[in-house]
Design a protein around this ligand. Structure first.
Ligand SMILES: [Fe+2]
Length: 313
């Protein structure tokens, strides 16, 4: 179609999309084109702003490598990842859910660890944490034999794969639920950590006067055929960035029941107070068990990374 006015452009693109045989593709792309064109009309996007936007999208690709995905980081920083998660879990957003973001640090083949065992695999400073979790179906029945991957950052704010100082697979473990749908393990209390700000996500945060911290959390990935794979995080309630997570991941339901103990006898003789306990019951929805593609494959070498902390405005 030959374009007569700005309105015709949208019409022309939508008409061409009608050729697409895949109905879902047609639905998604038509809505995208309508919203994208209306967005430009609403903000009266200038040519300079459009050129800046194109450079910005290209920069997302340039900053993406085998071990870092800037597009995922951007999606999280705009709240889009959490929106997608909440739209697709908890009975399609109708009820609270244990589902949460995967994040960039899950590794395949975490070491199989017995219930009650420790996932501290090299000297790691920080208060001891004793965690216990139950896994149930939506009817409340315990799920036996589910594989549960657990991983988290060190109290210094580094995942082991980022940090040559930690042993391979430190603070990672794979557990299998017992007949009560239960796992338990010992670790150390995780800390919050900064996301990288050397790319377009850093520009976005600086333009808003935002900090770049994620509040402390434990990650879980639960796999059992017959259930939708559950990806979750349990956040530490006393973290100063709980309300302002740079990735908008904190939901009320997943603020974890971390309890500080100063006076009670510790559960192991080598523990000095304060130590922490954590308990949580996860609910798995029926569905297809699928493992995500691991965002990373190995461990960093050389120096511990230096990721700047942005001060909020
Ligand atoms: Fe994380």
């Amino acid at each position: 179609m030959i374009i007569g006015s700005e309105k015709d452009v949208t019409e022309a693109v939508l008409r061409e999309l009608e050729r697409a045989p895949d109905t879902r593709f047609r639905e998604i792309m038509s809505a995208l084109v309508r919203h994208l064109h209306d967005f430009a009309r609403e903000v009266k996007l200038t040519e300079e702003e459009f050129q800046a936007a194109v450079h910005y999208v290209a920069a997302l690709g340039k900053h993406t490598t085998e071990t870092h995905n800037e597009a995922v980081l951007m999606s999280g920083s705009l709240g889009f990842s959490t929106l997608i998660c909440l739209l697709n879990n908890g009975d399609h957003g109708q009820t609270e859910t244990d589902a949460n973001l995967l994040g960039p640090f899950w590794r395949m083949d975490s070491p199989r660890t017995e219930n009650g065992g420790s996932i501290v695999r090299s000297p790691t400073p920080g208060p001891a944490l004793f965690a216990e979790a139950w896994f149930k179906d939506t009817g409340g029945k315990p799920i036996e034999g589910a594989e549960v991957d657990v991983w988290h950052s060190s109290p210094e704010g580094f995942y082991e794969n980022q940090d040559p100082v930690q042993a391979d697979m430190n603070l990672r473990g794979k557990f299998v639920t017992d007949s009560n749908g239960n796992i338990s393990f010992r670790s150390v209390k995780p800390a919050g950590y900064p996301i990288p700000v050397d790319g377009p996500v850093g520009e976005l945060l600086r333009a808003q006067g935002r900090h770049n911290m994620r509040p402390a959390h434990l990650h879980f990935l639960v796999y059992k055929p017959g259930f939708k794979t559950l990806i979750s995080q349990l956040y530490v309630p006393d973290d100063e960035h709980l309300e302002t997570d740079v990735q908008f991941g904190v939901t009320r339901h997943l603020v974890g029941n971390y309890v500080r103990h100063d006076a009670e006898p510790p559960p192991a003789p080598d523990v000095t107070p304060p130590w922490y306990s954590l308990q949580h019951t996860f609910v798995l929805e029926k569905g297809v068990a699928r493992l995500p593609k691991p965002p990373i494959t190995g461990k960093a070498e050389g120096e511990r990374p230096r990721i700047p902390h942005l001060e909020p405005a």
